[in-house]
Design a binder for this molecule. Structure first.
Ligand code: NAP
Length: 242
């Protein structure tokens, strides 16, 4: 059974992606950082969708931990192939740069950008050997347009967009595609404390998107039908472009 690994799969957009992957028949590896109860809810939902999976707890920003937990899983499951990797785990710690601490800067860069490196490094070799793989990175409108108060987050997501385009060219000959999905405002815990009414008014569709609407695009990039698309960034933002 082919596997799909979704980082930050316990909640929000990551959970919706896990369910989409389950519906597509993948065995889902649900990564999370600390919220085991939420991760278990995702696993139950994956099973209810008719598939199966397991939890993999590691901090994507901790290279040694990723190597031990994910590298260990790969070593112990040589009969299984991670065909789809969704680099979804991310955080935001907003502040104007003037007030931003180096901890806020480093935390956000570490989880989004180094997290992409740490996890992709473990999974890529297997994809290259099998001559098939789908890597989908969840970036953000903030990484395309730049948003005030988010220099750390905009830098991290713009960095992942650059890495998406570079890696896409490195591995294209081996049947591995690398694409990114750039959501605008999506209703999750990450946006729970924002003023939805005020911000939705800036969106041409006048509403926040849903995690399921982002998961649809991820499922498309993961599908065999998207085999000739690589290095692409698809915006899911209700018309809120730059
Ligand atoms: P969320 O609801 O806050 O969920 C975050 C998920 O990431 C959780 O599963 C969390 O695990 C996991 N996570 C956080 N830090 C981690 C780490 N160091 N290692 C492993 N997992 C970690 O966020 P979301 O809104 O679904 O966002 C998902 C992705 O979409 C992020 O990359 C975000 O930047 C991006 N995005 C979101 C929006 C939006 O409007 N929501 C817009 C654009 C882009 P635990 O449950 O264990 O804490």
């Amino acid at each position: 059974m082919k596997c799909a690994l979704v980082t930050g799969g316990s909640r929000g957009i990551g959970r919706a992606i896990c369910l989409k992957m389950a519906a597509a028949g993948y065995y889902v590896l649900i990564n999370y950082k600390g919220n085991e109860a939420a991760a278990n809810e995702t696993l139950e939902a994956v099973r209810a969708a008719g598939s199966d999976g397991e939890l993999l707890q590691f901090n994507v920003g901790d290279e040694a931990e990723v190597q031990t937990v994910l590298g260990g899983w790969i070593e112990n499951n040589k009969d299984r192939q991670i065909a789809v990797l969704v680099n979804n785990a991310g955080i935001r710690e907003d502040s104007l740069l003037f007030w931003m601490t180096s901890t806020q800067w480093n935390n956000v860069l570490n989880i989004s950008l180094n997290g992409f490196y740490n996890v992709t490094k473990q999974v890529l070799n297997g994809m290259l050997l099998k001559r098939f793989g789908r890597i989908i990175n969840i970036v953000s409108l903030s990484g395309i347009k730049g948003l005030p108060g988010q220099t750390n987050y905009s830098a991290a997501k713009a960095g992942v967009i650059g890495a998406t385009k570079a890696l896409a060219q490195e591995v294209a000959k081996r049947g591995v595609t690398v694409n990114a999905v750039a959501p605008g405002f999506i209703k999750t815990d990450m946006t729970a404390e924002l003023n939805e009414k005020e911000l939705a008014a800036q969106v041409p569709m006048n509403r926040f998107g849903t995690p399921e609407e982002v998961a649809e695009a991820v499922a498309f990039f993961a599908s065999s039908g998207a085999g000739y698309i690589t290095g692409e960034v698809l915006s899911i933002n209700g018309g809120l472009h730059t």
